[in-house]
Design a protein. Sequence first.
Length: 230
Amino acid sequence: MTTENPKTEAYTGDGLEVSLNPQTPELNKALAKFQQKHHAAGKDGTANYGAYTTLAGGLAASQPATQFGLSHTQTFNYQILPQATSATTTDQWKVMPVLVTTLRHESGEQVESHFPFPELAPNRGNIMQAHGSAITYARRYALLAIYGLAGDDDDADSLTPKQELSNQPVKPVIKETPKTQPVKSDLKAMFLTKLKDPKSDSKKIIAMAEQRHKDGKLSKDDLTEIKLAA
């Protein structure tokens, strides 16, 4: 008995069949045509860490593939795996949900991608809400992967050197010298008045003037004039 889409299958033992090297010449041609014009999804969502591609954005980015006879489905399967028993866990087996993303062609050819879900802690918040978030994440990543689309939130995006930036000359960083604050006329006059007093200590007055200059309250020219008056 022959089939239109011959493929080799590996059986996991739990009702999950993994497609190995399916013969899909028509699907391959259609996917290549799609990828000639589409390679990335846009940023349509925002979070604390920045913009990212949402599930709706991924669906919108893959929608043009229908022009080439491509479509997809995302369904669920499961695997039953052995687990170690403990004082709190007596079950010898556990069920692992698996997201099955199928890329289909109008000719009947198809390829599958299987995304197993991590085990979620049942005692942290709403377990169904946690599953819902995990499903949304898994659908988004699996969808972009099977169509060969890049999400614009990839970490590699920030590590890739930009050609236009590498060609730009590096501008030197110029540090501005702090400007001396405007000098009040009565401050200089005060020091000059003190110097006229025969009982004053000119060395202490000059030291005070130099400190005001360091603080930016007395200009260099005024300090020089005060020293000459001493």
